[in-house]
Design a protein around this ligand. Structure first.
Ligand SMILES: [Zn+2]
Length: 281
């Protein structure tokens, strides 16, 4: 069984111009499928639980409905947030905080007090890295920021500075830095507390030869670095009857085969790493 380290359950209606409009809401609808049956349908496909990275109201609402299936890791607007807000989310039961679309580089001094609270609470910091889809976070979008985002602010290398300030802060790089693959690799290779997933629309479309060369250069498996991956899809996991993550199950299976990964490393990637990262101790 796998734990999906990158899941969503957010929804916003489309208007007549095919543009998402507020309010944001959970994608779960009461149909003839119960939450227990929905979980069972995920279990049958090999998914045991999910790390849910949506805004707090959605993350906590779905946690209430789906119980142990959900590890809530709410997404915040870092430029409008504060150490107090983060502390109260962690007190409400969040296992970590998700960062995305900052107005300054992730490693900026002004953000350090927020990371410090997460470190002190032994919680997890998940960072969206690299390219970000248009619309959602753009001015006028449903999660609008004050201005256009700059994807350079979300480079994996920004996390190096955070790691220097807080070496014990547990960090999960989402999307393996797309397209800064080598930067993401360097972060997990060199920094003890940094892990990464290969979720989202790009990593799984790159050549398996590229990944093979990255984790087993010249055919020699880099056990330590590959052991710091986490399974993640970046899909909607709370839409009744929808199970769109098959590509990702296959991608990870193919990667395991290409690298001839031993069983214990597969288990770390599939579930043990994310359990360790989200455990508040
Ligand atoms: Zn995502």
């Amino acid at each position: 069984m796998r734990i999906d380290a990158h899941a969503h359950g957010i929804h916003a209606e489309l208007n007549e111009n095919n543009k998402r409009i507020p309010p944001i809401m959970s994608s779960w609808r009461n149909t003839d499928i119960t939450p227990a049956e929905h979980i069972l349908q995920h279990n049958e496909r090999g998914i045991e639980k999910v790390l849910l990275l949506d805004p707090p109201e959605i993350a906590f609402e779905l946690k209430k409905v789906f119980g142990d299936f959900v590890l809530p890791c709410p997404q915040i607007k870092i430029d409008e947030s504060s150490p107090d807000e983060v502390a109260s989310l962690l007190e409400r039961g969040a296992c970590g905080i998700k960062f995305i679309a900052p107005m300054r580089p992730y490693g900026d001094d002004s953000y350090l007090p927020i990371y410090e609270v997460i470190r002190d609470c032994r919680a997890l910091a998940v960072f969206h890295t690299g390219f970000l889809v248009h619309e959602f976070f753009d001015p006028g979008g449903v999660l609008a920021r004050p201005s256009w985002i700059n994807m350079n602010y979300m480079r994996p290398s920004e996390l190096d500075r955070i790691n220097r300030a807080f070496p014990d802060l547990k960090i999960l790089i989402a999307h393996f830095g797309n397209p800064w693959w080598d930067e993401a690799w360097s972060m997990i290779k060199s920094n003890k507390s940094i892990y990464a997933d290969m979720s989202g629309g790009s990593a799984y479309k790159k050549s398996m030869n590229m990944w093979k060369e990255m984790f087993a250069p010249n055919g020699i498996l880099d056990t330590k670095t590959v052991s710091k991956l986490c399974y993640g899809a970046d899909d909607s996991m709370f839409s009744p009857g929808y199970f769109g993550y098959q590509n990702f199950l296959k991608f990870y299976d193919d990667l395991y085969e290409a690298l001839q990964l031993p069983e214990e490393i597969r288990r770390m990637i599939d579930r043990e790493n994310v359990l360790m990262l989200t455990e508040r101790k």
